[in-house]
Design a protein around this ligand. Structure first.
Ligand code: SAH
Ligand code: SF4
Ligand code: F3S
Length: 496
């Protein structure tokens, strides 16, 4: 929807850090503000409204935002009407503390209050007073009271605001009740709450009508999804089935999975529903029982292995990826080595590796000293990454010679860079007006492997067959297979 012409609310600058949930929240908040007549700018200096959508998962993410805020200390001298807002996880976690640390901030809006942003920005601008809208802390009321203070924010989309025209995130649940001892998310996102299947299916249908081909269902523990509708319990497997036949949708992904909730019905749904990606992100976090217990992850290494072998049995070619934390308090050299062993054993497609960052308000922070020195954390992080990269590259090399069905996402990063460096190039915003010659494109296989290949940018949003000819640890290099065929569709012989 475009804004009525008579409203001009000035320029909006937004900066987003954190996970996909935050990317989706920013997309939706920007869309809401555009409806109020705001226009986006990428230049903070010309902005009338500045928003930071924040993350608290590691200290580094918070630090980045506080230093950005520090840089804006005097920006209102030139623009007295400017409104500066902090939204998202850090807003929910630090609340008034943000005003103390950065007195020039006007707005603090937590993850459960995003609907209020347009009104609060207007109010703050008109009376220059501070505004804070946050949900209850987890101990401030009963579970139901706290849950109802966190509202899932899923208004109608503005197709123009999607990062790419063919891909969209769809929130299926908010919050987390797992309380891993190192993690702030149960505090910043509140209690676990699943959205009604009917609403999700409707949203997917609307997105498909707007041209979306791939939806990624989001939840902190997406496979813990549970919602009873008209007397029927919907699990994630039921939800996948419900949305699977939505016309226009070619791919369905979901992140992030919790190992204990990786039930057989879900694995069977991934096996039996052809549009569902053969890709599971199931973070292990550690390969050492003692550490898993300290993390309160709720499983042992053997239980993770058992889950992993069930994935392999039902979905032999499915790609599995993981997260690991290195250097959590109490992690000895021997425990760390066990994490490396698990990586060698499972041969994940990729792993996201994080140095432990103590988070005030979490159990681990309150109970244990951050006793692994920074240089040891750094060494473990780098060494683990090297091992994972080596495995990823070896496994990618095994795929050379195979042909995959690839959903084309658009022009590759390096081709975009090259084009930007070339003065004569005019940036393109949609595939319709994109240059017509072959250029390097990027897409993903059904098992979520990134592939680059030459092709016409107009192919963005369609499925093509790509033969793999080379690889790096993170990317397959290929060539489009051009043989006579009627149309590109789901019926092609595919590998995942
Ligand atoms: N809900 C997801 C991930 C949430 S946060 C899950 O349960 O897997 C993303 C990742 O950040 C986590 O998987 C974990 O590996 C990492 N992480 C969370 N808290 C952290 C901390 N305090 N220090 C370092 N890494 C952390
Ligand atoms: Fe954090 Fe654990 Fe919940 Fe994931 S499952 S969001 S790591 S508390
Ligand atoms: Fe960060 Fe909040 Fe996501 S803490 S990882 S932005 S849920």
């Amino acid at each position: 929807m475009t804004a009525p012409e008579q409203i001009h609310n000035g320029k909006l600058y937004i900066e987003t850090v954190g996970c996909q949930m935050n990317m989706l929240d920013s997309e939706l908040v920007v869309a809401a503000l555009r409806q109020q007549g705001y226009s986006l700018t990428s230049d903070v200096k010309e902005a009338d409204t500045i928003l930071f959508n924040t993350c608290s998962v590691r200290d580094h993410a918070e630090h980045k935002i506080y230093s950005q805020l520090g840089r804006l200390k005097f920006s209102k001298r030139a623009r007295p009407n400017q409104v500066i807002g902090v939204m998202g996880c850090m807003a929910q976690k630090d609340q008034e503390l943000i005003f103390n640390r950065a007195p020039h901030v006007d707005l603090v809006v937590g993850t459960g209050q995003l609907r209020e942003i347009p009104r609060l920005v207007d109010e703050a601008r008109s009376d220059r007073g501070r505004r804070i809208a946050v949900s209850l802390d987890r101990k401030e009321g009963s579970r139901d009271e706290v849950a109802s203070s966190f509202e899932s924010y899923d208004p109608a989309r503005d197709p123009e605001m999607r990062p790419t025209p063919f891909q969209a995130f769809v929130r299926i649940m908010i919050g987390c009740d797992k309380f891993c001892t190192y993690c702030v998310v149960p505090m910043t996102r509140g209690p676990e709450q699943s959205r009604p299947p009917r609403e999700i299916a409707h949203e997917v249908k609307l997105l498909a009508q707007q041209g979306v081909k791939e939806v990624t269902l989001l939840g902190q523990t997406v496979n813990s999804y549970k919602h009873t509708q008209d007397g029927k319990l919907f699990r994630l497997s039921d939800l996948l089935e419900l949305i699977h036949d939505t016309a226009g949708i070619l791919r369905i992904k979901f992140v992030t999975n919790y190992p204990r909730d990786m039930t057989d019905d879900l694995l069977q749904a991934v096996r039996d529903l052809p549009k569902v990606a053969q890709y599971l992100h199931v973070p292990a976090q550690s390969g050492c029982d003692e550490m898993l217990k300290r993390m309160k992850r709720g499983y042992t290494v053997d239980q993770y292995r058992e889950m992993f072998s069930r994935i392999r049995q039902t979905l032999p070619t499915c790609a599995v990826s993981s997260d690991f934390i290195v250097g959590m308090c109490g992690e000895s050299e021997a425990s760390y080595q066990l994490s490396l062993d698990l990586i060698r054993e499972c041969r994940f497609k990729n792993s996201f590796i994080f140095k432990y960052s103590p988070r005030p308000g979490t159990k681990a922070h309150d109970l244990w000293e951050d006793d692994v020195p920074e240089d040891v954390k750094r060494h473990r992080n780098n060494e683990m990454l090297d091992l994972q990269n080596q495995i990823s590259e070896e496994d990618n090399a095994d795929l050379i010679g195979s042909t995959f069905e690839v959903l084309v996402e658009g022009i590759s990063k390096s081709a975009k860079k090259a084009q930007a460096a070339d003065d004569s190039f005019v940036p393109q915003h949609s595939p319709e007006d994109a240059v017509s010659g072959p250029t390097q494109l990027v897409g993903r296989t059904r098992c979520d492997r990134i592939v680059v290949f030459d092709g016409n940018p107009r192919l963005a949003g369609s499925l093509v067959e790509v033969a793999v000819q080379g690889c790096t640890a993170t990317t397959l290099l290929g060539e489009i297979v051009t043989h006579e065929r009627q149309s590109v569709g789901m019926s092609l012989p595919i590998m995942s």
